[in-house]
Design a protein around this ligand. Structure first.
Ligand SMILES: [Fe+2]
Length: 427
């Protein structure tokens, strides 16, 4: 192929950049996200689900070191031989792992050493990318970059929890813009019963769980053109929604009672008003903005209370694929909190703002096969006891998600930026 043509094709594939630029800018963004934090902030693990910022910085580096440098370089020597275990998240094929709930105990290695680890691996990776024109290496680098983008979101949702647990309630950043728009009435988009194509199409990057593309029957239904707002969710709270068992799944009802849940995570009642912790500090709840930090149980209970239901992931994807792209509130918008759409009409917020719970269990698509090797542990082995969320959030890196992208969490999780929209049957 003509060298210029090859370069153009590469730029198309990596969001207008070469693979080397895509690698460098992604790694640099992770470092930018850490700038507002102290070394002490980077150490804390506030609950077993949360990983310390320092661990995210090291683990994303470990991913490149283990799956690429170690596999490809004939004279490979690890930066530190113990890191293989310390920063292995869940890859049994790689070997032993440091226990997840104990990541916060790793006061050593210090943060400075992790920064050196990153610089060391970056130098080797950049040299490798520049010197090897190899499809398989490029594919692994691309996975590593998308993996790092996922951890950028994890880093932010984790540090939000860490800072929210601190009685001083420090903000992650004091300079974040507060965006508020008027709430617009929900419009319902009708869909006839039909067969739709679901799953990733084309040659662009996607995860294995988005394939194979296949046909799926969706029933006649309507789907809301925007997410449920905090103001609407407040009506559910004020109608004793958390105290009425008839809206809750059995496990959800146990969870509400055992954990004394009475509002979305990060909401606190202060005399007559509700305030919420955001990455920009404590703020009054914005009634127009999508409700965020709710579990599957809460989303499902609200839907029952409203007389509706959550969409299936097939209904959601069909609606998202047909929607025209609008301004997306994502990581690069630099608001780091969901807000109401600026103008009405048409499908809103399909991408960005909040991850949207669907009523679909996270399961393999027809014909799915777990990829070979350690990388095969990335997605497939988690297809059990989790539900699918779609569409990305206000802290998802731009370009990371697409209409076929499948995120997944257990039913009680809510520290991620999770919200939902409604669907209704038409029978
Ligand atoms: Fe990871």
């Amino acid at each position: 192929m003509h060298p210029l043509r090859a370069q153009e094709r590469e730029a198309e594939r990596y969001r207008g950049a070469t693979l080397a630029e895509f690698y460098r800018s992604t790694r640099a963004r992770t470092m930018q996200l850490v700038e507002p934090l102290s070394a002490e902030d980077c150490q804390v693990q506030s609950m077993p689900d949360v990983s310390p910022t320092k661990w995210h910085l090291a683990h994303t580096t470990w991913f490149f070191e283990t799956f690429i440098l170690e596999a490809v370089l004939p004279d490979f020597t690890p930066f530190h031989r113990r890191y293989r275990v310390l920063f292995n998240s869940y890859y049994n094929a790689v070997g032993e792992q440091h226990a997840r709930p104990q990541r916060g105990l790793l006061s050593r290695p210090p943060l400075d050493e992790i920064f050196r680890y990153r610089a060391h691996v970056d130098a080797l990776m950049e040299e490798l990318i520049a010197s090897r024109d190899d499809e398989e290496i490029a594919r692994l680098v691309e996975i590593g970059i998308h993996h790092e983008e996922q951890h950028q979101e994890l880093l932010l949702m984790d540090i939000k929890h860490v800072l929210a647990m601190n009685p001083l309630r420090p903000a992650y950043r004091d300079d974040l813009l507060q965006v508020r728009h008027e709430s617009l009435p929900i419009e319902w988009q009708h869909s006839d019963e039909r067969i739709v194509e679901i799953g990733h199409e084309g040659k662009d990057f996607c995860y294995d769980n988005e394939k194979p593309r296949h046909r799926s029957l969706i029933p006649q239904h309507s789907i809301a053109n925007r997410c449920v707002s905090s103001g609407e969710y407040l009506e559910f709270i004020n109608d004793d929604g958390y105290a009425r068992h008839e809206f809750w799944l059995s496990e959800g009802w146990d969870w509400v009672q055992t954990e004394s849940i009475e509002a979305p995570m990060y909401w606190k009642r202060q005399s007559k008003r509700w305030v919420e912790t955001t990455l920009g500090g404590s703020r009054p709840v914005d009634a127009s903005a999508p409700v965020v930090h709710v579990s599957y149980f809460e989303a499902d209970a609200y839907a029952r209370w409203a007389g509706d239901r959550l969409p299936t992931e097939q209904e959601w994807e069909a609606a998202a694929s047909a929607a025209t792209t609008r301004a997306v509130n994502d990581l690069q918008s630099d608001v780091l909190h969901p807000h109401a759409p600026r103008d009405g009409g048409g499908m809103q917020q399909m991408m960005g703002d909040v991850w949207e719970w669907t009523q679909s269990s996270y399961a393999p698509y027809p014909g799915y096969r777990t990829p070979d090797g350690a990388i095969g542990e990335y997605n497939g082995k988690f297809m059990c006891n989790q539900y699918v969320l779609r569409g990305g959030s206000c802290i998802t890196p731009r370009g990371h998600v697409r209409s076929s992208y499948r995120n997944f969490f257990p039913t009680h999780s809510r520290w991620m930026f999770s919200g939902f929209r409604l669907a209704r049957d038409l029978v």
